[in-house]
Design a protein around this ligand. Structure first.
Ligand code: HAM
Length: 420
């Protein structure tokens, strides 16, 4: 016998019960985002590798270690998307969305792929819900974007939610700070993790993200970018915070907040939840005013976030599992060929009238069929027999003989309206 195959490591099957929960997350996100004028977008599951290499940054873990990159039969280098912001900016440029009223507000629910060490809340294929607003650098865009994620997480009942926020300034204001930080790191080179030492030139800021004890001690005394912002960046950040306060959203300013992607400018933020273990980040994002140019376009400001669907589900405390609906179960007294055809026709008629209907499909005894109708939560069972059709109300136990399938459908529809 050949070996039984399994889903690849770090991936999972979404089974029906989980699918119903995920649909609720989608529903909440859709309602909150579309009410604020965001419209859904879908981009391909893979892109030219350069989209991510240029946008996410050559020195990031994502680009260095985590991308699923392959060459197709035509010799092009393609990559399964590890995130969706870069593809959306690529699509904005490709479709000339600068001609639309700005900002263009887009949301998505997309699968992402990262070759990460698999554990609870960290997978190799996962789903992100995200929102991106392109074409305005107004601080209100930042505050509104953060407010929308806060609303979604609150509606889902995410436990122990915390918002950390910082400003990274612009590349210009960052250049001077980078030098200060690099000097500090070089002065303490012996105490740093090898990985951090290697990134002093390319990406010194990532040192704040290290778990290495020596590096952490060095970073505790490092200069903080927030103390070196220019006036325009400081004003922008203050406006964002003022609006969050006006919306009663608690936050903690954290100058050591580091995001794993290089495209950020000015505002960056992250929501965490106590309900999650090591992978406490539920969702995060920030502003990326230079990303369009990195992708070869004209300058376009952008601000957005993404939140992992699996992490939101892990952190959401009391999300009820919705029951599947079955208003009518079509059963057969004897299961003769004629009854089977009649049952099939009745189920088809009921469905085209909009009645959620299930049909006996496994040749059960009449008793077995009632058990199955119960499992489905059926409101009514129609039993087709030699004498005609009996319709049983499963709630009251009342039974009635009806002559035609049309009468059955009309009765069930009346019962449904009475219940509603
Ligand atoms: P990110 O922080 O890399 O940001 O990912 C956003 C969210 O995706 C995380 O907070 C987490 O919930 C989820 N996530 C990330 N990796 C995994 C994984 N391996 N398994 C399960 N969930 C995961 C971005 O991707 C940016 N594109 C966000 C953004 C949008 N910034 C601006 N606009």
């Amino acid at each position: 016998m050949s070996e039984r195959l399994q889903a690849p490591r770090g991936t999972f099957d979404v089974l029906p019960e989980q699918s119903a929960l995920r649909a609720q997350v989608e529903e909440v996100a859709r309602r909150v985002l579309e009410s604020a004028g965001y419209r859904r977008i879908e981009t391909p599951a893979f892109e030219d590798t350069d989209v991510f290499r240029r946008a996410v940054g050559a020195s990031t873990d994502i680009v260095q270690k985590e991308m699923y990159t392959f060459e197709d039969a035509g010799g092009r280098s393609l990559t399964l998307r590890p995130e969706v912001t870069a593809p959306i900016v690529r699509a904005y440029l490709e479709h000339g969305m600068h001609k639309l009223a700005q900002p263009v507000k887009l949301w998505y629910l997309s699968s992402c792929f990262r070759y990460e060490r698999a554990q609870a809340g960290r997978y190799r294929q996962f789903w992100q819900i995200g929102a991106e607003a392109l074409g305005s650098d107004d601080a209100a865009v930042d505050a509104e974007s953060i407010l929308l994620l806060h609303t979604i997480l609150a509606e889902l009942g995410v436990a122990g939610m915390r918002l950390r926020i910082a400003s990274l300034g612009t590349p210009a204001s960052r250049a001077h700070y980078r030098e200060l930080l690099q000097d500090h790191l070089r002065r303490h080179e012996d105490e740093l993790a090898a990985e951090v030492r290697e990134r002093i030139d390319l990406n010194p800021l990532r040192a704040f993200d290290s778990d290495h004890p020596g590096t952490r001690t060095v970073m505790a005394k490092a200069p903080v970018l927030m103390d070196h912002l220019d006036d325009a960046d400081r004003d922008h950040f203050a406006s964002v915070l003022g609006m969050l306060e006006a919306a009663h959203i608690p936050y903690e300013v954290d100058g050591t907040l580091v995001r794993g992607l290089d495209y950020y400018t000015r505002t960056v933020f992250e929501f965490t939840s106590d309900a999650l273990g090591a992978q406490s980040g539920v969702g995060g994002g920030g502003r990326y005013d230079g990303l369009a140019e990195q992708l070869g376009g004209s300058p376009v400001c952008g601000m957005g976030w993404a939140a992992g669907v699996e992490r939101m589900l892990l952190a959401a405390e009391h999300l009820p599992v919705p029951e599947p609906i079955c208003d009518l179960y079509v059963a057969m007294a004897q299961g003769t060929p004629a009854e089977r055809v009649q049952a099939f026709a009745l189920a088809a008629e009921a469905r085209s009238a909009g009645v959620p209907t299930q049909l006996e499909l496994a040749g059960r005894s009449l008793k077995g069929q009632f058990k199955q109708a119960d499992r489905c939560g059926a409101a009514y069972v129609a039993i087709l027999g030699p004498e005609g059709i009996e319709l049983k109300d499963m709630q009251t136990g009342a039974q009635e003989s009806l002559d035609t399938s049309a009468a059955v459908v009309a009765h069930v529809l009346r019962g449904r309206h009475a219940d509603a």
